[in-house]
Ligand binder design. Structure first.
Ligand code: ADP
Ligand code: MG
Length: 274
């Protein structure tokens, strides 16, 4: 048996509601260490359906580890994660016991959570269109013709309707990241996680990627975004979360966290990035 985490006493599934009731993302008491390094030190985080949450914090504070824990790319030591009411990575096998899901079940959960990486992670040997078609065909067994129709619609949506036949190396960084966003959307995720999606881009490309993210937000996609783009946070975020040293230090609407932060650590960070 896989090791149990802490006792589970709540029911396993409970659908998220648009009224903000049960949350789209519900993280409780998360701890994660790499060897002696205690990286997540008891993280609690909730994101409501349709909400855009921006996660800020110094380098090394645990932001990527937190995102990776949400889709079980990292196995946490303690605590739990639910997405749309469903426990991620584990099954409840008794009132006080969890057992890790099979790899296949974890992959199924992961297909409902989009992930956009800093360095795009496109398949270099596939065209833009093929990059988007891949997962719906292989993970969801969709007919190829249908997946291609969807992929073309997604390329249009990110402003790349004419670049479906281009290979990643033929595209600018901003264009590659827009393809990566289209790919993340192809599985119709409930939630999209973004890990510094504009940090690897030249300044001219940042705006085009942020524009696509802005339109996703306006369309009601639930998004958890790690970024240092304070302007984007101010304009688009419903909630800004400041993380430092493995803990959430402060969270709230942009006007409070960005313009009137209560915590000195938040103020010190903002002085550096603004
Ligand atoms: P952030 O994204 O906020 O910069 P990370 O979550 O990437 O922070 O990293 C937090 C800390 O965990 C850092 O000290 C980092 O070196 C460490 N860390 C992250 N991933 C690993 C890993 N796979 N093995 C060992 N240490 C890691
Ligand atoms: Mg990171």
């Amino acid at each position: 048996d896989a090791p149990a985490t802490e006792p589970a006493t709540e029911p396993v599934t409970e659908p998220a509601r648009a009224d903000g009731g049960p949350h789209m993302v519900d993280v409780r008491g998360l701890h994660k260490s790499f060897g002696a390094r205690h990286v997540l030190r008891g993280v609690d985080l909730r994101v409501r359906p349709g909400e855009v949450a921006v996660l800020l914090g110094p380098s090394g504070s645990g932001k990527s580890t937190l995102l990776r824990s949400i889709n079980h790319l990292e196995k946490v030591d303690r605590g739990r994660v639910r997405v749309d009411g469903e426990l991620i990575g584990y099954r409840q096998v008794g009132p006080a016991r969890l057992r890790e899901l099979s790899e296949r079940e974890i992959l199924r959960q992961r297909t409902r959570i989009g992930f956009v990486f800093q360095d795009f992670n496109l398949f270099p040997h596939l065209t833009a269109l093929e990059n988007i078609v891949e997962a719906p065909v292989s993970a969801q067994r969709r007919p190829r013709a249908e997946a291609e129709r969807l992929a073309r619609a997604l390329l249009d949506r990110v402003g790349l309707g004419d670049r479906g036949d281009s290979y990643p190396r033929q595209l600018s960084g901003g264009q590659q990241q827009r393809v990566a966003i289209a790919r993340a959307l192809a599985l119709e995720p409930k939630l999209v996680l973004f890990d510094e999606p504009t940090s690897a881009l030249d300044p001219e490309s940042v705006g085009e990627v942020l524009d696509v993210m802005r339109s996703l937000a306006a369309g009601g996609t639930t998004m958890l975004v790690v970024t240092h783009e304070i302007g984007f946070a101010r304009e688009v975020a419903d909630t800004v979360i400041f993380m430092d040293d493995g803990r959430i230090v402060e969270q709230g609407p942009p006007a409070s966290v960005l313009d009137a932060p209560r915590e000195e650590r938040t103020r010190a960070f903002l002085r550096k990035v603004l």
